[in-house]
Ligand binder design. Structure first.
Ligand code: GLY
Length: 352
């Protein structure tokens, strides 16, 4: 089993990776008076039986990251008798992790939780670092809290039951790590070929360890997203805007990030911050997974509205982590007028 520490001031949160990682659950659970699993219907059916604690089961999908679901979960936590000495286990993908973590953060002013991520996206990104949130109709993750898990238990074997779409979603975040800091991840992806989809637990283990190591170092250095951690937002400004403008129905999160990475590279090129060769390299990295098609009825006005409500904005300026080269990002703040001048061209490069 691989152990990667995330060091957070007084607190340390380990990431444990290996086929026997879940066996550590009982040891952690002993610390609490009650433990409840929060999962969704699909994950509960597949893996709920392996974890013998009472369950709170939510509906699968991004729509569960809402006030209504959070309230329902919290009512069930009360009904199950959770106290301030209790803990929650988040068993599932990014949606379950964000929702369960958020409920743990606000229940009785905060109780501990354990992340047991079951998707590639959650195993390499969302389960690590303590960002918890729900969405508002106005935008993604607009309500949330930083609340660090006690431990993150990653069993890559469970990736075997993921759909191709879910794997592609996680691979979008892998490409983000490659563009941000680790271009060698692209060689591992190329070498994996179709095996990534037929035997993901075998071909992605090395990638999971590498991405978790990068994320652990970044979160340890900048838990509160004030500096270095912003790098992890590469591709996310346009990605989140596309998700919001399409009511979370047209793209998975990773697909939106993948498209966002390519679009933000084009923006960087148009602003004179990235040369043509580096642009081609980043677009090529995104195409390795296959870029999603932006719906033809996408409303640019709605993308603009979503950009204006992005939680990373400062005053009236929109924050982008733009690539200056492969492995080198810089925060650039742009007014909406500046963004508007380039928006159509970066979203539809063949058309404009
Ligand atoms: N997913 C971005 C972050 O954790 O900062």
């Amino acid at each position: 089993m691989v152990r990667i520490p995330v060091t957070l001031g007084q607190k340390k949160c380990d990431i444990l990776i290996g086929r026997d990682a879940w066996q550590q659950l009982d040891k952690y659970a002993e610390r609490y008076d009650r433990v409840v699993v929060i999962t969704d219907r699909n994950v509960g059916r597949l893996y709920g039986g392996r974890i013998a604690f009472p369950k709170i089961v939510t509906e699968p999908g991004e729509t569960s990251k809402s006030w209504a679901s959070a309230e329902k979960v919290i009512q069930e936590m009360l009904a199950l008798g959770l106290t301030r000495s209790s803990a929650v286990i988040a068993l599932g993908g990014g949606v379950v992790g964000d929702l369960a973590g958020f409920c743990a953060a606000i229940y009785m002013r905060g109780i501990p939780y354990i992340q047991v991520p079951t998707t590639l996206l959650a195993q390499i990104d969302s389960a690590i670092g303590g960002k918890t949130a729900i969405d508002l109709p106005a935008g993604k993750n607009l309500v949330g809290a930083f609340h660090q898990p006690e431990v993150v238990l990653i069993n890559p074997e469970v990736l075997q039951t993921l759909s191709r779409a879910d794997l592609v979603s996680g691979l979008g975040e892998v490409v983000k790590y490659a563009v941000m800091a680790a271009p060698e991840l692209l060689d591992i992806l190329r070498a994996g070929g179709e095996m990534i989809f037929t035997a993901p637990h075998e071909s992605l283990s090395q990638i999971i360890v590498r991405c978790c190591t990068i994320k652990a170092e970044i979160v340890s250095a900048d838990e509160w997203d004030q500096g270095l951690r912003k790098q992890l937002n590469a591709g996310h400004t346009i990605g989140h805007a596309l998700e919001t403008a399409t009511s979370f129905r047209a793209f998975t999160h990773g697909e939106a990030v993948l498209f966002g990475l390519a679009a933000e590279a084009r923006l960087s090129y148009r602003l004179g911050l990235l040369d043509r060769q580096q642009l081609a390299e980043i677009e090529g990295a995104c195409q390795l997974i296959g870029l999603p098609v932006v719906p033809s009825d996408l409303s640019l006005a709605e993308v603009k509205q979503a950009l204006l409500r992005d939680k990373k904005n400062r005053a009236d300026r929109i924050s982008f982590m733009l690539p200056r080269a492969m492995g080198q990002l810089e925060e650039v703040l742009l007014s909406i007028d500046e963004v508007e001048r380039h928006l159509e061209a970066v979203l539809y490069p063949g058309k404009v």
